[in-house]
Design a protein around this ligand. Structure first.
Ligand code: ADP
Ligand code: MG
Length: 230
């Protein structure tokens, strides 16, 4: 038998997602088959509207397929993905303005019922791992866009992820700032041992990833390994 540690984190088998019904229906993803294994670093490329977000939401368990099957053999059941083994980073960092950085990073644990001192301590660790401890007492209004997104990356680390899914995390950032956020995501994956799946339409982000999946009008093409340049 395969041990749980060797099983894929997520597998999708002929997964399709249609929005709406009848003549107005939009097929966002057609029959996608793919898997994410431990240690994977995957860029999901494709133009706007090609289905990247829909695919990522399905793989993160935020949405359910219209047809086909998704499972998380190396992680667990869909109900237990968050907070915990699957963390999601969105295009906008969506920090709570009334909370300071430490409290924002601790929030997923607090909402899941972790006691306050433990949640704060885990949040301080996550910030330290990304070199962000100096921001702990700031409020989101005091952060630059890149700092806020790195705090969102720290938040993704707080509940011991096995898979970090980031949907165009650098979409609102200039190139230099984007590179720093990608550095933070790669560091987060390294220190947590999580796999990383990042949607982007920025070629300069894509070239940092050895594995590349391309979405084209709802169809997924899983590319061969490419040489990874940093
Ligand atoms: P991408 O992230 O590559 O820009 P999306 O996955 O957001 O692509 O969208 C793929 C297609 O599905 C687009 O045509 C989009 O308009 C459509 N779509 C996505 N989400 C919804 C939704 N909630 N309701 C209706 N259509 C949607
Ligand atoms: Mg999108």
């Amino acid at each position: 038998m395969t041990s749980p540690d060797e099983r894929p984190l997520v597998t999708a088998d002929e997964v399709a997602r249609t929005f709406g019904k009848g003549p107005a229906a939009v097929v966002a993803v057609y029959g996608a088959t793919c898997r994410v294994e431990r240690g994977d670093r995957i860029a999901v490329t494709g133009p706007s509207g090609s289905g990247k977000s829909t695919l990522l939401h399905l793989l993160a368990g935020l949405d359910s397929p219209t047809t086909g099957t998704i499972s998380w053999p190396g992680i667990g059941t869909k109900e237990k993905l968050r907070p915990g083994p699957v963390a999601v980073v969105f295009q906008a960092p969506s920090l709570m303005p009334a909370l300071d950085v430490l409290e924002n990073v601790a929030l997923p644990l607090v909402l899941a019922g972790t006691d306050d001192p433990s949640a704060r301590s885990a949040a301080a660790d996550a910030l330290a791992l990304l070199g962000l401890s100096a921001l702990a007492a700031k409020v989101p209004d005091e952060l630059s866009g890149g700092q806020a997104q790195r705090v969102a990356v720290a938040r993704s680390l707080v509940a011991n992820p096995k898979l970090i899914v980031a949907d165009e995390p650098t979409g609102q950032l200039d190139h230099a700032t984007a590179a720093v956020v990608i550095d933070a995501l790669l560091s987060a994956a390294l220190v947590s041992g999580a796999a990383l799946l990042v949607a982007t339409h920025d070629p300069r982000v894509t070239e940092r990833f050895a594995r590349r999946w391309a979405m084209d009008d709802g169809r997924l093409r899983v590319a061969e390994e490419a040489a990874c340049s940093r």
